[in-house]
Ligand binder design. Sequence first.
Ligand code: BV8
Length: 243
Amino acid sequence: MRGSKRGSLVFEWKTTFKNVVVLTGAGISAESGVATFRDNGGLWAEHRIEDVATPDAFAMNPVLVQDFYNKRRAQLKEVEPNAGHRALTRLQQELDGNVTIITQNVDDLHERSGSHDIIHMHGELRKVRCRACATVHQWQEDCFQETACPTCGRQVVLRPHIVWFGEMPFYMDLITQKLQVCDLFISVGTSGNVYPAAGFVTHVQQVGHAHTIEINLESSEGVSYFAEARHGRAGDLLPALID
Ligand code: BV8
């Protein structure tokens, strides 16, 4: 592992920050070819949120919703982590485990770039959950209504292990603990439209004196809350910030 160069930003961060939180959104996976949600041609351009990412949508049209997630799960086999993911992995190595990644993304690109301490607050494409026995299963292939739960054997019970709108995000107690002691908050590739994630930047400033940095292609909805904003591609800006 390369030591950060004296005088580099990460060298300074190493001695200054002990509880770094990085919040990532769809923008960090964009350069890997994973569609974002709200950019032109994004996922929500093809589907209304209400039609595919709410419990009601699943109740009314489970086949459409399962297909929406089957297609995205299948795409994971065709994409790779990009320079932005890899830069965050190096940041975690340089700062000796003091960096938690809270991701709104449901892909597995942070894991595949070698990162750890990842909190998937909106769930994971590579998991399905049984509505009957609540077991969460690792899942690689398509999931259909007639696919039986490997644990309880029932059919018409498996759903994507994804947090839909109106559902409570996962790990909120752990996330709150991380935000309470955060001293450096970096937001990468998110439009700041979706709560509670969009509120994390104000939370860390209310409970402490965290330094806050936005890294995004353009100003997010919450850009004014950040002490620092760097606009451009995450695959360019993160390595420049970290190396
Ligand atoms: C909750 C999983 C409460 C699905 C997602 C009224 C009624 C009810 C709730 C609400 C309400 N008003 C507000 C809410 C809360 C609601 C919400 O925020 N709605 C919004 C739309 C207003 N939130 C919820 O419902 C949440 N739950 O509040 O629960 C509760 C309390 C008690 C009991 C029960 C419940 C749950 C929200 C989670 C929804 N699920 N995802 C799926 O993935 O299929 S959200 C979805 O949006 C994705 O997770 C995505 O990650 C997330 C956020 O979007 P972004 O990641 O920001 O993506 P986006 O495309 O928007 O932006 C990408 C950015 O990247 C852009 O800015 C672009 O410029 C930039 N970019 C592009 N390329 C690059 C780049 N940046 C850098 N480099 C590049 N190369």
